[in-house]
Design a protein. Structure first.
Length: 279
């Protein structure tokens, strides 16, 4: 009886070992099969992307990721899905994929690229900056994040360039609104817009015009000292600027700008030519 119990215990153990071994074999077979399916889906994604069918490409990359989420290819598949959408201007879908990637793979080594692509989605989604600034401001925030978090990368270098362009657009918008207020004779509102350009966007090409507009408005409303202050700032920083010359003419009405002098010379030349025909 004791021998039977020992035998049955030994037999049970052998069955467990056998079952475990079989399960491992099945697991390995299934894993190999899943990996093959994943590779197939990933390959379909690449082919579709090359053919321009980005929607099917993104779907295939998503399938590859879901088939084998523990694989090192899963995050790459996710990035490729996002890039597929981005490549054909499906920015909302790309943004969704990229933000999901950041949540699912927070420690991935290519997060720098993911954040940059996300910033580019916002940047290139700018339709009309005069009406909707949200994509522009989000892009600016993302590019600034890249500069802080990945300062020594090529992405940071490009991010700095993109921020300069964004600041230029934001300054242009302020100039546009400020000139609109001038037409409406809303002087304080206009002054605030031009001051914002001078204070916040002083590295852009629009700061010269903003200073000129401040000279123009202050002179018009009788604040000549303020007008002279902004004219001196303009002259000190942009002495050869046409905007400074225009400012100087406002403060010195008898002064003629180079453009006016050239026009006068041209007009006199034409008059002399006409007179010579009748001599």
């Amino acid at each position: 009886m004791r021998f039977l119990k020992i035998f049955l215990s030994f037999f049970a153990i052998m069955i467990c070992v056998s079952c475990s071994s079989d399960k491992e074999k099945i697991s390995i077979i299934q894993e190999d099969d899943i990996e093959e399916q994943m590779i197939e889906s990933f390959s379909k994604g690449l082919e579709s992307l090359e053919e321009g069918d980005v929607l099917f490409a993104a779907k295939s990359f998503n399938e590859a990721e879901m088939l084998y989420p523990q694989s090192k290819w899963a995050p790459i598949s996710s990035i490729m899905a996002a890039y597929s959408y981005y490549s054909q201007d499906y920015y909302r879908d790309a943004i969704y994929e990229l933000e999901r990637f950041i949540k699912v793979y927070p420690n991935h080594k290519r997060l720098d690229y993911v954040h940059f692509l996300l910033a580019m989605c916002y940047y290139e989604n700018i339709v009309d900056e005069k009406k909707d600034l949200e994509p522009l401001l989000k892009a600016k925030d993302k590019f600034e994040f890249i500069i802080i978090e990945y300062p020594d990368t090529d992405f940071a270098l490009d991010a700095r360039f993109k921020i300069d362009l964004i600041l230029d657009i934001l300054a242009a918008k302020e100039i546009y609104i400020g000139k609109h207020y001038i037409k409406k004779q809303k002087w304080i509102a206009a002054i605030n817009r031009f001051k914002k350009v001078v204070d916040d966007y002083d590295t852009t090409i629009h700061v010269e015009e903003a200073l000129f507009r401040l000279v123009e408005i202050h002179y018009k409303i009788g604040l000549e000292d303020e007008a002279k202050k902004y004219a001196s700032i303009l002259g000190y920083n942009y002495l050869s600027s046409e905007w400074y010359e225009e400012s100087y003419r406002i403060l010195n009405p008898k002064y003629k700008t180079r453009r006016e002098i050239d026009k006068e010379k041209e007009r006199n030349f034409i008059i002399r030519k006409i007179k010579s025909l009748f001599e």
